[in-house]
Design a protein around this ligand. Sequence first.
Ligand code: HEC
Ligand code: HEC
Length: 386
Amino acid sequence: MSLYLETDAGIFAVQSKKPNRLFRMEKKNHEIEWAKVVSKMFMLVAWLIVGIIILSGLLLNYPYALLTVDKVELAPEQSEAQAAQPQKIETDYFSADFGVSKLGNSMYEESVKYGFALVSETYKYIGPENGDPKMVYTGNNLACKNCHLNSGTKKHSAPYIGVTTRYPNYRGRENKIGSIEERVNGCMERSMNGKKLPTDSKEMRAIVSYMTWLGRNVPSGEKFDGVGFTKVNLPDRAVDLAHGAQVYTEKCVSCHGAEGAGLKNGNGLGYTYPPLWGKDTYNHGAGMNRVITAAQFIKGNMPFGATSENPMLTDEEAYDVAGYIDSKDRPIKSNTDTDYPDLKRKPVSTPYGPWDDEFSAEQHKFGPFKPIMEHYQNQYGIKKTK
Ligand code: HEC
Ligand code: HEC
């Protein structure tokens, strides 16, 4: 008998009189087919895995994430400048056009332009020497942009881009949900050593309009790289003031001066180089008077021209020089004892008491900070980074 078997492997002519021989052939052909199905399925799964890897790589911008080292770490309860953790890197919101001169004359655009002027030349409009006693709100002649560089558009200089989308949010200092206006007034009372701007004042509206306009491309609540300050790995030791003084002399004194008094503008209002200590600068309740915050600001922005991508100081230099400038005298803010109703929320480097721990005032001011951070982690499960 002659029999043809058609399989994927070809056509077989089976010639046999023995039925059990035919049976064996059929069985063998089934095995071949089964092996093909399995291998096809295996290939499919393999391609699926490759596909998933490529797709997730694209979505997470994996290669860029690898290159980005300046990430700020912060505990969730400290939602502030650094609260918007860069988790994934998306659109570069810093490359938009922030030139206010091209804006029109609508009421909103006028407000944005006034807001830009206010943060850039604060002293001229609401400073102690602006000429109109009714309009004096700040206690020093700084400008917001002295710390929020490029008028709030520089990466890792606590930029204003997208800031309005992150408020209202939780504020440890008051232990409540705070608005963007309250946050601005936080800097008014501390960094600017002044008093609150009324929420419905033309000035407050303008500052918030400007911030809103800067973040016009940022989706609500979006987290992106560049927010807050750059990361500094804190040395496992207290600030070395002698080293800080040396760094200051080598890398800061040329602009900020031997007495830290800076250099006034030619017209006498405001500063070309702002003061770092003394009467006309941020008070002792300001964020910049915390060594960790100052070190992070300095690392990403000073000497002038430094960026988080191209810093000019090592972490140790930034830490020691931050301690050095914060060791100097400055205006005293009243009522700081009522800051942080929940003391567990107080940043470890807040230099004034009371604290909810046994560490000395000296250690809260100059470190080492890691033991204090570990204490809060172990005792209360609170992760602190500043
Ligand atoms: C002496 C430096 C300094 C000056 C001047 C200053 N700030 Fe700030 N500002 C800071 C620091 C430091 C932080 C972050 C504080 C922290 O991390 O605790 C901050 C945070 C902020 C935030 C929150 C940012 C965020 O990402 O959540 C806003 C809004 C703000 N400042 C507005 C202003 C305005 C408006 C002015 C001017 C009226 C001003 N600041 C002047 C140092 C300054
Ligand atoms: C080339 C001049 C220059 C050098 C050098 C320089 N700065 Fe500054 N610094 C500036 C300017 C300008 C600003 C204000 C930025 C602005 O308004 O755009 C500033 C702002 C600051 C501020 C925030 C504003 C304030 O008054 O507190 C601090 C803090 C600061 N510098 C610390 C330092 C430290 C520390 C060094 C040395 C490591 C340093 N700077 C070196 C020019 C300089």
